[in-house]
Design a binder for this molecule. Structure first.
Ligand SMILES: NC(=O)c1ccc[n+]([C@@H]2O[C@H](COP(=O)([O-])OP(=O)(O)OC[C@H]3O[C@@H](n4cnc5c(N)ncnc54)[C@H](OP(=O)(O)O)[C@@H]3O)[C@@H](O)[C@H]2O)c1
Length: 434
């Protein structure tokens, strides 16, 4: 075989990015591989409206994806459509037709990546998904190969660029959440329906995939404790700074003696930590191993060309395997088989917490709150109140010493009837170990 043929389904942001790289960088890619990687077929619903890059050669163009997955000359099918509906059918049909698959689909891979992989092995083909998490950061390759000799104990990530952009803008400009979200939508960083980003669901799918890679467990995204960023305000950043911290949507996975604890939630992190310097739409992953200690990976989490690089690099890896006729496919996970797993509830962990209250000011408030916390064996660390003119709507913060999250939740529940509280207290964990 003098070349390997690729079919691409989906010519949106990522599809056009990958196609541009395959066309413009074809010679470099051939030099690296030692053979040509040809684009043989492309497909998208409105394919007639797409302007394909020059230099692709003889490409079959269609709006019917079945023609790509059954095309006799296509060796690798690239699914860049997204979602869990037709994309799943595309991948399953490609596997049935013994075509290797490259995908960027985090949602689908988080839900059924492991079972698709099992089917792919049975069919003797490969399934590669580097672009599904942190588009421009080759984090799959790191976990699958680069540090696979280590035993991973902790993994922390900033995995959603939109929410990180929103948080860092609130932090820099002191603007309210709604104002910054509207701006992110104008700039094209956030969707018209921003829920997947700001409520943490996108980050949750990515954490499920990374945790499977890191810990070798099948994780159902809905089992991961998830909290979004909608309640955060400039006031929270002022208090966090006063405490030497900032706030990020932190995706965390920790191995404990009982199992892995997983969460996606806004958390206070020390200003001195490298994660705190991840600004705007960038992503980062910090991995801690038992033997190799800490490693850190940073880059663009999305975007047409950075994600396109991940797709093309996967195509090159899979093409090498096809070309070399490897009888065994290398698992996309660091583990050959994933175990069944239910995360340990976050309520079993012990953390220091930041609790922000908004109250109608009057004497005795601190004593009432301290009494409830003490009844749950929770020790106060500090009480902070920045100058504020609005005594009828007064924010202030209590930080507490490391405590079980279960006790903290019970204390917050006991506070729900206090008539001076204007809203439910906002409790954020403080990741002091970072
Ligand atoms: N955008 C990023 O930066 C990024 C980063 C990492 C991962 N991803 C993942 O990459 C995937 C693609 O994302 P994207 O941003 O490129 O999406 P997108 O811009 O919405 O593109 C989706 C493409 O799929 C095509 N399509 C939809 N249904 C189809 C069907 N039934 N048959 C054929 N084509 C169909 C669309 O066709 P038409 O254009 O003709 O309507 C469009 O070209 C998703 O899984 C996403 O999660 C994206």
């Amino acid at each position: 075989m003098s070349h390997v043929n690729v079919g691409i389904i989906g010519l949106g942001n990522v599809g056009m990015g990958a196609l541009t790289i395959l066309a413009e960088n074809a010679d470099q890619i051939e030099l690296k591989l030692g053979f040509r990687l040809n684009v043989r077929a492309v497909c998208s619903r409105n394919v007639q409206t797409k302007r394909l890059p020059e230099g692709l050669g003889d490409v079959y163009i269609t709006s019917n994806w079945r023609e790509v997955v059954t095309h006799p000359e296509v060796d690798i099918v690239t699914e860049l459509v997204g979602g869990t509906g037709v994309a799943r059918e595309m991948i399953e049909t490609a596997i049935e037709n013994k075509k290797s698959v490259v995908t960027a689909n985090k949602e689908l891979m988080a839900i059924c990546g492991a079972s698709l992989w099992d089917r792919a092995i049975a069919a003797g083909i490969n399934l590669a998904m580097e672009a599904s998490v942190c588009g421009g950061i080759p984090i799959h390759a790191v976990l699958r190969e680069g540090i696979s000799g280590d035993r991973i104990t902790e993994l922390y990530g900033i995995l959603n660029g939109t929410s990180n952009f929103i948080l860092t803008e609130i932090e820099k400009r002191g603007a309210a959440f709604d104002e910054v979200l509207a701006e992110a939508q104008r700039l094209g960083y956030a969707e018209a329906d921003p829920s997947a980003d700001v409520d943490g669901y996108d980050a949750r799918s990515k954490l499920a995939i990374l945790a499977a890679l890191a810990f070798g467990e099948k994780i159902t995204p809905s089992d991961i404790y998830t909290e979004g960023i909608r309640r955060l305000s400039p006031t929270d950043f002022q208090y966090a700074h006063r405490l030497g911290h900032t706030i990020r949507l932190v995706c965390a996975a920790r191995q404990t003696s009982q199992g892995v604890i997983l969460s996606v939630r806004p958390s206070l992190i020390p200003l001195s930590t490298i994660l705190a310097s991840v600004q705007g739409a960038y992503n980062a992953v910090w991995v801690r191993g038992q033997y190799g200690a800490d490693t850190f990976y940073y880059g663009r989490g999305a975007g047409s060309l950075p994600t396109g690089v991940a797709v093309v690099s996967d195509l090159m890896r899979v093409a090498r395997e096809i070309r070399n006729g490897s009888p065994e496919r290398v698992s996309p996970f660091a583990h050959e088989r994933l175990g069944e797993y239910k995360p340990i509830p976050v309520t079993q962990q012990t953390r220091a917490f930041y609790i922000r209250f908004r109250v109608q000011d009057r004497p005795g408030i601190i004593a009432a709150l301290a009494g409830i916390l003490a009844a749950k064996n929770i020790s106060l660390d500090a009480v902070l109140q920045l100058p504020c003119d609005t005594k009828h709507n007064l924010p202030f913060v209590i930080t507490v010493e490391p405590t079980s999250e279960q006790s903290l939740r019970e204390a917050l529940e006991s506070m729900s009837n206090l008539d001076f509280l204007l809203e439910e207290p906002l409790a954020l964990p403080m990741e002091t170990a970072l």
